[in-house]
Design a protein around this ligand. Sequence first.
Ligand code: CA
Length: 233
Amino acid sequence: MNDKKILIIEDERSIADIIKINLQKDGFAVEISHDGQEGLNMALNNEPDLVLLDVMLPSMDGFDVCRKIREKSSVPIIMLTAKEEEVDKVLGLELGADDYITKPFGMRELIARIKANLRRGDYSKTAVEPEGDKIYDFGSIVIDLKRYEVRKGGEVIDLTLREFELFRYLAEKKEKVFSREQLLQDVWGYEYFGDIRTVDVTVRRLREKIETDSSNPKYIVTKRGVGYYFESK
Ligand code: CA
């Protein structure tokens, strides 16, 4: 056992079962719901370490489930999306999912994604992080690695783990411009798969939370044709 609990919300029983078998083989504890509303309740009450969330579900669709989980919890969420539905991927991320994986997917890829998303989550639970108790103070914005939070004007900003990781990564290497591919590799940990739009959507969400005017960002700045960097004036 690796003592991590994964909640699968997926109404196609054969898919849910095959994921369950493979995750159990890897030492995960697994719970399944075949229904949106029920899955939401389980996500909020059973303290899973990560949620795999299908889009088309009975009683409540995956986007609503995602939105409602995010109102109360920062548990990592990976959306399971259909290949032809390009728009679904971005929408899921905008609603606060940390990641998505496109059906049909291989089990190795799925498990790699799950582990990458759990690694991020671990930092917030452990008192001791690799970087120690560092606090980055940029005037009105403060990044506190010990408490794993970002504060703006003294108020804690509610970020998902991925948003936090991206912000902290850019801030630690301030003024350095990163390509989307590089950010995907360094912050998400993907070398072979992943979609650079994931980075764009996460940047957009971060800006909405952190910037005073997200259409005229002061902290996370776009370098046209290249990528993003953190400005620390
Ligand atoms: Ca479905």
